[in-house]
Design a protein around this ligand. Sequence first.
Ligand SMILES: NC(=O)c1ccc[n+]([C@@H]2O[C@H](COP(=O)([O-])OP(=O)(O)OC[C@H]3O[C@@H](n4cnc5c(N)ncnc54)[C@H](OP(=O)(O)O)[C@@H]3O)[C@@H](O)[C@H]2O)c1
Length: 244
Amino acid sequence: MNDVIIVIGASGGIGRELVKQLSEKHTDTPVYALSRKSQSADVASNVICVNMRTDDEKAIDDFCRRLDENNEKVRTAISTVGILHGEVDGHNIEPEKRLEDIYNDQLLRYFHVNSVVPTLWLKHLVDRMSDNTSQIVCFSARVGSISDNQLGGWYGYRASKAALNMLLKTAAVEYGRRAKSTTLLSYHPGTVDTRLSEPFQRNVKPEKLFSPAFTVSQLLSVLPDLSAEQSPYFLDWDHKVVTW
Ligand SMILES: NC(=O)c1ccc[n+]([C@@H]2O[C@H](COP(=O)([O-])OP(=O)(O)OC[C@H]3O[C@@H](n4cnc5c(N)ncnc54)[C@H](OP(=O)(O)O)[C@@H]3O)[C@@H](O)[C@H]2O)c1
């Protein structure tokens, strides 16, 4: 069996940087860069770009079956999948400021992308994780912390990240039985200078607006310190615990 690394959502601001740093750090390990968009050919030789519907269960299943056929097991899988605003499937998504801004379709889209899609990956990866130390990281957000919610607003984004955290925490119980060497991590990257945060950067102090390179290197540096016995974790970019 050969170990591989997977980045799910490889074309976004953080996803691209993950592929870059992971492929540089693990030059002997294949890094699958999965994206709905076609990606640039300008990648390291151990990167395998796969253009696929990362949000479609049949496509997820097909990809995982190919891992089996290749005798590949997953050492690290990282999902960056998430939406906050912008056009999604022809609909304009805007974070809600007040109750009157809540709409059925928009809420469902937040939940589908932010909670359901990463969880489908948790479902299909459970029997494909390496017997060596391994991790699955889902990009969450501090606003998904129920105990930390003082500000309100952003109903759909907050609730869908809180749901993601609960789904990951629930899956961790089963992973503890079925994939004993795997750690699950919900990660808050801080405010990172990407398309996702761009409309909301005005009130962020310059020193608190992180580059993708910074938050990714902070994430990769904490992975070796995590233990499957203590899984799941909810950590921020500074390696501090975020309360659920
Ligand atoms: N930037 C921040 O300040 C910040 C703060 C807190 C948390 N986060 C979280 O960090 C993660 C990465 O965000 P980013 O800043 O890199 O944003 P981004 O540049 O907008 O990237 C978003 C990623 O989500 C994937 N995605 C979007 N819609 C999808 C869908 N319908 N189905 C499947 N995948 C979809 C995209 O994958 P494709 O490659 O397939 O397009 C893309 O890689 C998100 O989960 C976000 O919530 C970001």
